[in-house]
Design a protein around this ligand. Structure first.
Ligand code: C2E
Ligand code: CA
Ligand code: CA
Length: 644
């Protein structure tokens, strides 16, 4: 019975136990300090009027217990992170029992004092002991059983004593004591459930982080390293080439007839073919080579210690290997492959450049009729000038207002409350170019600062026409890292007379990853100016509880990839629920993006996420649509936004 009332922490939840233990060791000195002050006050107040056993010996004995225990806790503080679950559990249990016994002891002293002291002294003593129990209760909130046990153990005997007292005022105090106690225990329980939900949510996120790190570095179908891991390996190879002068080759391999197999036998056969090819390619790799899948039917192989001859031999071998028919579940198929090779001899390049060169060579190999390999040469570079051309054209477009903004509605339980500004560019020859493409081209140079300033200026100006709506603006990491960012922000604020509290700056987790103190300072300053900060694409890779606590963030945007799998087998329901609990505990706003279906909206609402952005409520649209909408009632607004 006592066990269930005290509800001892369960050892199965080690992270929760550790947090409880950590918070106990942190707060214990406060609690012990409070107990010792009460003991001193009791002794001083009563030493002349009451028996010595009551005013000195009994509180003294309790104080000795406190001092011995306190010394132990102080020692334990240094080893909090190394404590075993067993030791933590024992310490928590002792605190539960000891805290309750001490409070009960003090409350008995209070009852005896009621018989001896003057009325004023009695009231003081009892208030002291009662307040002490409440303070101790709050120090113990991380173990709710201890907190509640302490408060109840002190209050119940005192209230009974009061109720039985002849004095009318004192006897009337009994129900007040009980009421306040009920309130305090309720508050402690609330604080605890908040505490526990932060700990649990951070666990779910940590687990997800580990999983996503593996997923982030490996291809799900073949288990081979993916582009990201390949980039890291390439950096290492380049480092080696620089320090030890060792050359290496990068082979880009593309299956020639993959599409035909996929179309003829279906996706499953296609996947099967990719898996088998990956085994075959791996079989010719040396022990230090890296084989990665770049996506689709494209692979890359980093060959260590290569020469022109050995790279050519390996490329030949790869082509011969895949020229032979391959047995897949759907039958025997012939695919063949083309290979582009770049030889890296001095380490002056970077990883992206190595891959780009092999890729250019691969295109040349395909151009020449497939089933062959081609080495990179500098003439192939002309093609890559296209990217520079696009960059120049984007610069021009920005000068003559060729880039525009569209706004996507954000709704709160169906009511429009904000928009996200998204950049659009219609290229004179190529047509609409996705911001995913032109923003990344701009990010390769200072042009991102021009683009970023353009977007901010336009969005700030437009926000004045979007009466009452918040306007979210995407900010690239390069903008925040630029020394002039705060100046630009301040100047734009004055120029456009925008109300900064209605602007949300959307940043991504990647920016926070570098843990640059300047980033923190810039974000703090922007927030001090009144801007709100939102963390975009939350959960896609590095989501960590520590960013949310360390950086001044007002809102998190749950990434589209989570929303897309809601309700599916192995879907993201649990993680989305955890993110929302976490956000609530840290008092952050949450919005889910990419909501396309009513079913997704219902699931999000069920876990408490009413803020939503996505095609279900409206696609990104020009400002004038909103100007028309803003005169209308909220219901019409939503209907109109949804049909836009
Ligand atoms: P983002 O910030 O995550 O923006 C949301 C993207 O999701 C937008 O794509 C939007 O059109 C799309 N989207 C919204 N609702 C749905 C939905 O229900 N389903 C699907 N499938 N997609 C939805 P968009 O406009 O192509 O922008 C792509 C990315 O380009 C943005 O991702 C953002 O990272 C970047 N971007 C766009 N405009 C700017 C800008 O002005 N500055 C910077 N730095 N980046 C920008
Ligand atoms: Ca965004
Ligand atoms: Ca996003």
């Amino acid at each position: 019975m006592l066990r269930t009332v005290l509800e001892l922490p369960s050892i199965r939840e080690v992270p929760l136990l550790r947090e409880q233990y950590r918070s106990l060791t942190g707060l214990m000195p406060v609690m012990y300090g409070a107990i010792l002050s009460v003991v001193a006050l009791l002794v001083l107040t009563f030493h002349a009027t009451t028996p010595i056993w009551l005013n000195t010996y009994a509180p003294g004995a309790l104080a000795v217990v406190v001092i011995i225990r306190g010394a132990r806790w102080l020692r334990a503080r240094s080893g909090v992170d190394d404590a075993t679950p067993d030791a933590m559990l024992r310490a928590c249990k002792t605190t539960v029992v000891l805290g309750t016994v001490l409070s009960f002891g003090f409350s008995l002293i209070g009852l005896f004092l009621m018989q001896y002291g003057e009325p004023a002294q009695q009231t003081l003593a009892i208030l002291l002991i009662w307040v002490l129990a409440i303070v101790s209760g709050f120090c113990l909130y991380s173990v709710p059983s201890a907190a509640i046990g302490v408060v109840v153990a002190a209050t119940l005997p005192l209230s009974v004593g009061f109720a039985l007292d002849d004095h009318p005022i004192i006897s009337n105090l009994a129900p007040v004591f009980l009421l306040v106690t009920i309130l305090v225990t309720y508050v402690i329980r609330e604080i605890y459930s908040n505490f526990a939900s932060v700990v649990r949510a951070s666990q779910v996120i940590a687990a997800n982080e580990a999983r996503s790190t593996h997923l982030a570095y490996h291809d799900a179908l073949t288990g081979l390293p993916n582009r990201l891991l390949l980039a890291e390996r390439l950096e290492r190879a380049l480092d080696c080439a620089r320090r030890e002068g060792m050359a290496f080759a990068v082979h880009c391999i593309d299956l020639d007839q993959f599409k035909e197999v996929n179309d003829r036998f279906g996706h499953e056969a296609g996947d099967d073919l990719i898996r088998r090819t990956s085994f075959m390619l791996a079989s010719v790799c040396g022990p230090f080579d890296t084989l990665a899948r770049l996506g689709g039917d494209e692979f890359a192989l980093v060959q260590w210690g290569a020469t022109q001859e050995s790279a050519a031999t390996l490329a030949d071998e790869l082509i011969a290997l895949l020229r032979a028919p391959i047995q897949i579940s759907a039958g025997r198929v012939s695919v063949g492959c083309s290979v582009g090779v770049s030889l890296v001899e001095d380490g002056k390049l970077d990883g992206v450049e190595c891959l780009r060169r092999s890729d250019l060579a691969l295109y040349a190999a395909k151009d020449k009729g497939r089933g062959r390999y081609v080495f990179f040469n500098s003439e192939m570079d002309n093609a890559s000038r296209d990217r520079f051309k696009i960059r120049d054209e984007l610069r021009e477009a920005l000068e003559r207002d060729g880039v525009s903004l569209v706004y996507q509605p954000q709704v709160d339980n169906g009511v429009l409350y904000g928009v996200e500004a998204l950049a659009r560019w219609k290229h004179p020859e190529l047509g609409d170019i996705s911001p995913g493409v032109f923003v990344s081209i701009a990010e390769e140079s200072e042009l991102i600062l021009t683009l970023g300033e353009f977007v901010m200026r336009r969005a700030f100006e437009d926000s004045r026409l979007l009466h009452g709506l918040t306007v979210a603006v995407n900010i690239s990491a390069a903008q925040i890292r630029d020394d002039g960012f705060l100046c630009t922000l301040r100047a734009l604020m004055e120029e456009t007379a925008v109300d900064p509290t209605r602007i949300e700056l959307e940043i991504t987790e990647g920016l926070l990853l570098s843990e640059d103190p300047r980033t923190l300072a810039v974000l703090q300053e922007a927030r001090a100016m009144g801007f709100r900060i939102a963390l975009d694409d939350f959960g896609t890779g590095y989501s960590s509880l520590s960013y949310l606590q360390r950086y001044p963030i007002d809102k998190i945007k749950i990434d589209r990839s989570f929303v897309a799998t809601l309700g599916l087998e192995g879907g993201a329901d649990a993680i989305v629920g955890a993110i929302i609990r976490l956000a609530r505990a840290l008092r952050l706003d949450v919005i889910a993006e990419g909501v396309e279906t009513e079913a997704q909206r219902v699931r999000l609402a069920a876990v408490g996420c009413g803020h939503i952005q996505g095609y279900l409520f409206g696609r990104p649209m020009p400002l004038r649509h909103f100007e028309q909408l803003l005169g209308e009632s909220p219901a019409q607004l939503v209907a109109a936004a949804a049909s836009a």
